[in-house]
Design a protein around this ligand. Structure first.
Ligand code: COI
Length: 353
């Protein structure tokens, strides 16, 4: 691949038309986007061009077979105006792990990181400082080849778009534990950030929403006995003073926030266990009072307390206490992300001043 990026900047920014205090998550996008096409067995020269709708064949393979993967990352502005990414090398690796599972060609990691930095630097005015404000960065790759033969395409488009955001969920979050629908079978695509993993959740999540839940906690597809993840979040359970999360597997996403929470918790002296957790154990812990909190972790949500769950028609409460692990870990994590605290793990990566 040609190492240089062909940059065509916008003639006038639309930033003045945006109300940064009232942003719906991921619905307003910055001035530019990164685009790189794969043809004839190689990635072509990448471009950064004005953000705009693009032409695509109605036969583009992605529209028929969903051959697409994506990433979610955030850029943060500190009090001095410098912009930082959080562990971007993890996303560079994971998009290729996802791509491999979907038979999509690998995108060079150094190009991924260079493209990110160039795009975010150009749109740095869109990264706002202040509590919870950040730039959500969405890299993705899709099969662009025109043709409805059901096989891996030979043409792809890699893109990065960026959206200024505040928080993901507006209010309290309650979840429903799945006992019928499944997110990911063993041997499937569950560990990958495949577009279809998310699309397949929308209908069961709509049903759960009708019952007053915001999300579904997915259980293993074979037995529905073991807790997996929540689709936009990995899950943590505090039983007594121990923080428990499921081991990653081929049906659970290897979340960057998940692994950061585990490292931070261990650093703070919190006992952690990475192990399978049965729904039955969770119900028992809730009934006995040993279950003290549940929270989700993810790039979009950061750390999201879950204040109750439903299972087979019964509901269980897990109210948030002031000295919760969730709030403590969220604060520590955000202090590192916003360059307000030391970064003992070397997670921050400077984009520009
Ligand atoms: C993220 O946290 O970046 C996710 O992947 C969730 C997204 C689907 C909103």
């Amino acid at each position: 691949m040609n190492l240089s990026i062909d940059i065509k900047p916008i003639s006038a920014s639309k930033i003045d038309t945006v109300d940064f205090d009232n942003l719906a998550f991921g619905s307003t996008f910055t001035d530019h986007m990164f685009v790189c096409d794969y043809r004839n067995g190689q990635w072509e020269t990448p471009q950064i061009i004005p953000y705009a709708p693009m032409e695509m064949s109605p036969a583009a393979s992605v529209l028929h077979y969903g051959q697409a993967v994506f990433e979610g990352m955030k850029a943060f502005k500190d009090d001095n105006g410098s912009v930082w990414l959080f562990r971007p090398e993890q996303n560079a690796k994971r998009i290729n792990a996802s791509a491999e599972r979907l038979a999509i060609p690998q995108f060079p990691e150094d190009q991924f990181l260079e493209g990110l930095k160039a795009l975010i630097s150009l749109d740095k005015a869109w990264v706002k400082s202040g509590a919870g404000k950040s730039l959500y960065v969405r890299p993705f790759v899709f099969a662009s080849e025109a043709g409805v033969q059901a096989s891996a395409a030979s043409e792809y488009r890699f893109m990065i778009i960026c959206a200024p955001v505040a928080s993901y969920y507006g209010g309290d979050v309650r979840v429903k534990i799945a006992d019928h629908y499944s997110r990911a079978p063993q041997g499937g695509t569950g560990y990958a950030k495949a577009a279809g993993n998310y699309g397949g959740q929308f209908y069961p999540t709509q049903l759960a929403k009708n019952e007053g839940f915001q999300q579904v906690i997915w259980t293993d597809a074979a037995t529905h006995e073991f807790i997996e993840e929540a689709g936009t979040m990995n899950l943590f359970f505090r039983i007594g003073d121990t923080l428990i999360t499921a081991p990653t597997s081929d049906s659970i996403l290897d979340g960057v926030t998940r692994k950061s929470v585990l490292s931070l918790a261990e650093h703070l002296g919190i006992k952690t266990e990475v192990r399978t957790l049965r729904v039955a154990e969770l119900i028992e812990a809730s009934t006995s009072g040993a279950l003290l909190e549940i929270f989700g972790s993810g790039t979009a949500v950061v750390i999201q307390p879950i204040i109750g769950f439903g299972y087979k028609g019964k509901t269980y409460e897990t109210p948030l206490s002031e000295n919760s692990y969730a709030l403590m870990l969220k604060q520590q994590l955000m202090d590192i992300q916003y360059n307000k605290a030391a970064d003992p793990f070397n997670w921050r990566c400077k984009v520009c001043d």
